[in-house]
Design a protein around this ligand. Structure first.
Ligand SMILES: Cc1cc2nc3c(=O)[nH]c(=O)nc-3n(C[C@H](O)[C@H](O)[C@H](O)COP(=O)(O)OP(=O)(O)OC[C@H]3O[C@@H](n4cnc5c(N)ncnc54)[C@H](O)[C@@H]3O)c2cc1C
Length: 458
């Protein structure tokens, strides 16, 4: 595009969304490229901030006409470089589409703008005496549109499923500006293809989500929360099964913490360790229950301790203690402070997790200067690794140690963060050639000119 054509194009966008809706130059360079690249400025030609679906549609149509590709940007907390831009692309930010309509208390639904944060939706639900179950460490910045587009998981998948399960309807704008509106607040709707699913977990490659009808749940009556220590992850899995049976599936979280992770988070000056630091495996277990059921939970743990399945346990006896336990799991800044920056997110069947972690830890220990910790939502088969960032050869060796065993174990190179740019080269480890070819067919059908988030996923 010539300079004159570029100026005319940006003026046209200003005409569609107002002058303050188009951010360029120094102001744009002040925004980070992505969460994982905080020191790198956003490289896009412009950041465009439509206020609603109609403006989004007009912007997309203008970009299609000018041959400019578009990268959707939500809260910018994604961990796989899904929002990285080239200098000839625009990034379409949802930051002005944050409205949340009044909760429908009977249908137990809420309509939220794509730029509303997860925390804001949780707050709106709570104010109406209801509960929005999606929860993740990035809740204050991650958006409805971002969590839909990545099919976010988080801390309560065990009981409520991933974001996909919370979306009853949505509205999306295709690459040519067409609006596809499926805003029905229905749990059952088998009328042909479930089009909304095209936009869940597809990382902004098929359409730009502008609004959604979200499903809410009754607020849990209370929780019991404990940190337990076990001889290993297999025993942890037995605790999970026993608790699910005893509480009829009401275990809402089961987070595994391997010893190096626990020791890092509970170093002097960080979080207070509720249990000694030398056990082989830890887990935070949380069950939704009324206060009268707490005694039954204690009895369950007592029985498991007598059997040797649990070695030690600390129960949270107040909300403050519960929050303190969760901080041991959530405070990623402690890992950053120790220089363990590279985040990995994989899935492994629970029955094979012990062998996988043991093998990967041994391979990682053999890489010079590599430090690694492992933890995760193990009740959902999901492990997170955090490692040091080394030179190219070192990083390749780390990738191999973590990713290579997964295909044989029937695991996945991405449990909940998506593929983005970062894992593009790894997709073939978890998906067959036929699956990837089918994905490409869908992409070509909806975005034949490859204008929406090009180069992401594949
Ligand atoms: C501290 C921390 C903890 C986290 N914990 C979890 C966790 O437990 N579980 C989990 O799943 N993830 C977790 N994440 C990752 C991240 O928060 C999620 O991927 C989240 O869904 C991203 O939302 P966002 O609004 O920040 O999206 P962005 O980062 O802005 O975008 C993510 C992707 O979605 C696309 N996109 C964004 N908005 C739209 C839209 N409106 N329409 C179409 N495409 C769009 C973007 O192009 C990009 O490809 C964590 C991240 C951090 C920093």
């Amino acid at each position: 595009m010539t300079d004159a054509a570029q100026t005319a194009f940006l003026d046209r966008l200003r005409g569609l969304v107002g002058a303050s809706g188009v951010v360029t130059g120094e102001e744009l360079r002040g925004r980070p490229a992505s969460w994982t690249r905080p020191a790198e400025p956003c490289a896009a030609l412009a950041l465009v901030r439509p206020r609603d679906t109609a403006e989004t549609s007009a912007v997309m149509a203008a970009c299609a006409e000018a041959g400019v590709s578009v990268v959707p940007r939500g809260g910018a907390t994604g961990l796989v470089d899904g929002i990285l831009c080239a200098p000839d692309q625009i990034t379409l930010s949802t930051e002005r589409m944050t409205g949340i309509e009044p909760v429908d208390p009977l249908a137990m639904t809420v309509v939220a703008g794509t730029g509303a944060t997860v925390e804001a939706v949780q707050g709106a639900a709570r104010a109406a005496g209801l509960f929005f179950p999606l929860d993740l460490g990035a809740r204050g910045s991650a958006t409805v549109g971002g969590t839909i587009s990545t099919n976010a998981g988080g801390l309560r998948v065990l009981r409520y499923g991933m974001m996909r399960e919370m979306v009853l309807g949505l509205e999306a704008v295709l690459a040519d500006g067409t609006v596809v509106s499926s805003m029905r607040p229905l749990i059952k709707n088998n009328t042909g293809l479930d089009l909304k699913q095209l936009f869940v977990g597809t990382e902004g490659t098929l359409g730009l989500v502008t609004r959604a009808v979200l499903r809410l749940r009754p607020e849990p009556a209370g929780y019991v929360t404990a940190l337990i220590a076990c001889p290993g992850v297999d025993d942890g899995a037995r605790v999970l099964r026993a608790a699910q049976a005893a509480f009829q599936g009401r275990v809402s979280s089961f987070e595994g913490l391997w010893p190096d992770f626990y020791r890092l988070m509970t170093k002097p000056g960080r979080e207070t360790p509720p249990l000694p630091q030398d056990y082989p495996f830890y887990a935070i277990i949380e069950v939704e229950c009324v206060p009268e059921e707490a005694e039954r939970f204690h009895d369950l743990l007592d029985g498991l301790m007598t059997a040797g399945t649990v070695l030690d346990a600390a129960l949270a006896s107040s909300e403050e203690q519960r929050q303190a336990m969760w901080r041991i799991r959530d405070r990623v800044e402690h890992m950053n402070a120790d220089g363990i920056h590279r985040a990995f997110d994989v899935s492994v069947p629970l029955a094979r997790m012990d062998a996988y972690v043991t093998g990967a830890l041994a391979r990682l220990a053999a890489i010079p200067d590599c430090r690694a910790v492992v933890y995760g939502h193990i009740g959902d088969n999901n492990l997170h690794w955090n490692t040091t960032r080394l030179d190219a050869a070192g990083n390749t060796a780390i990738d191999a140690a973590i990713y290579e065993p997964l295909a044989e174990l029937n695991g996945s190179v991405s449990a909940e963060h998506g593929i983005g740019l970062e894992k593009r080269g790894k997709l073939g480890l978890s998906r067959s050639g036929a699956e990837i070819a089918a994905m490409r067919l869908v992409k070509r059908a909806l975005d034949p000119d490859n204008r929406l988030n090009p180069g992401k996923i594949f």
